[in-house]
Ligand binder design. Structure first.
Ligand code: F0G
Length: 410
């Protein structure tokens, strides 16, 4: 039986800019006073959960239910509890003996989005919403389709036509979402679905929804539990900038609870053709300048106007983190290296985090003793086309032993 955390509706929504607060059950996606982003705030001084209580529960999103907003039995498919792998070979090559990858491709739908959706779709039910929607570069739509199916409610997903990897579209379709391809990019799709949700009452489950990010912060909690200490650096691929913001928020909560005494340096990696956050950090801009035509092979992070940029810039700056770009070639090289040297199969966007670490190490920007956790965000099979294009085709032979021996040069 699920029993809710002790935070039953003790939390509220707060604006990250002006601090205005709103009731937890008000369905809003931006501050009603100034229009900036919202975050969920718990009365952390009244939360008395012990670390040992968490350790006794299975490693999963719901291990940390005292720091989650859901008070009903959640819509869950056992998300989280993903492996943290020590990248021994790649770490050695880079001179980084403490390099790790948290393989979020091992979630039910094959990406970290499931952490957000188990919480987000549970909140949709808790808030008595009848349908859900999102815009997506692919993974969010796959995950929403899966969790809406589990919840038994309809889902609408908007995708940029021709720019979504085939595995992700297959999932959204098979799990029964209404899939709409728009002749435009992700940023336009997000604007459209936001308006649709405001005008027609669907529940918006993009990362502008502060409840969804609550689920995603558990990536950091799990990595802390698996390592037994706070990593020095947490490295994430950045698209809409929700995940890096979520992990940072989670670590701040652990600090406030007294479980940790320092925060990891939050480090964001973007594809060179789609890098407004990196630019804002480099040029010390107060906010990101949107890119009209973002382009990269890593379609998951092909985003020019990241909605969570405000939170992400704070996360990187406040923790002394870094932001760096990687080229498509560097991304694909790392996708192959992870696959062939570590046995870890990830999609291109996910390889960006580790590719970014390799670049930063070469630039001399990292201390060799750092404990570094890279989030690899989605599974290899999400984007089989990009995999096949990089590999030699299978060798086809006649069905006899001499042909086999000859093909193997034996
Ligand atoms: N990696 C993968 C595999 C993703 O699918 C995404 C985002 C990111 C990284 C970036 O995370 O947006 O929180 O900075 N995918 C979204 C989607 C945009 O629609 O599936 P972020």
């Amino acid at each position: 039986m699920y029993s809710a955390g002790q935070n039953i509706l003790m939390y509220h929504l707060a604006c990250v800019n002006c601090g205005a607060t709103f009731p937890a059950d008000e369905i809003i996606y931006n501050c009603k006073k100034c229009g900036h982003l919202l975050a969920v705030r718990y009365p952390l001084d009244t939360i008395t959960v012990k670390k040992q209580t968490w350790s006794r529960r299975p490693l999963s999103v719901w291990r940390y239910k005292e720091l989650l907003p859901v008070t009903i039995p959640p819509v869950t498919l056992r998300e989280g509890g993903t492996p943290l792998y020590h990248l021994e070979r790649l770490g050695k090559e880079m001179g980084l003996p403490h390099l790790y990858a948290k393989h979020e491709g091992m979630n039910p739908s094959g990406s970290f989005k499931d952490r957000g959706m188990t919480v987000g779709v549970s909140m949709a039910l808790q808030l008595k919403k009848k349908s859900v929607a999102c815009a997506s570069t692919g993974n969010t739509s796959a995950s929403l389709a899966v969790y809406a199916a589990k919840a038994g409610i309809p889902a609408v997903v908007l995708l940029p036509a021709g720019k979504v990897a085939v595995g992700k579209i297959a999932q959204a379709l098979m799990h029964g979402a209404k899939v709409i391809s728009i002749r435009g990019n992700f940023d336009q799709a997000l604007e459209m679905v936001h308006e649709l949700c405001l005008s027609h009452g669907l529940y918006l489950l993009n990362s502008i929804n502060p409840y969804r990010l609550e689920g995603q912060k558990t990536i950091g909690f799990e990595a802390f539990d698996q390592l037994g200490e706070v990593p020095d650096r947490f490295v994430l691929p950045v698209g809409n900038a929700g995940n890096i913001s979520a992990v940072h928020k989670g670590f701040m909560e652990l600090e406030e609870l007294g479980f940790i005494d320092r925060l990891p340096m939050m480090t964001g990696i973007q594809a060179q053709g789609s890098s407004p956050v990196v630019r804002a950090i480099r040029e010390n801009l107060p906010e990101v300048i949107s890119e009209k035509n973002p382009e990269t092979i890593a379609t998951a992070i092909r985003i020019g106007a990241p909605v969570n940029a405000e939170k992400a810039l704070t996360a990187i700056r406040a923790t002394g983190g870094l932001a760096e770009t990687v080229t498509d070639d560097e991304i694909l090289q790392m996708q192959r290296d992870l696959a062939r040297k570590e046995g870890i199969g990830v999609e291109p966007a996910s390889a960006a985090s580790v590719a970014g670490v390799r670049k930063l190490a070469l630039m001399g920007a990292l201390d060799h003793n750092e404990r570094i956790v890279c989030v690899v965000t989605g599974h290899l099979l999400k984007d089989p086309d990009t995999v096949i294009k990089q590999c030699e085709p299978p060798t086809e032979i006649n069905a006899d032993l001499p042909s086999l021996l000859s093909a193997l040069h034996l």
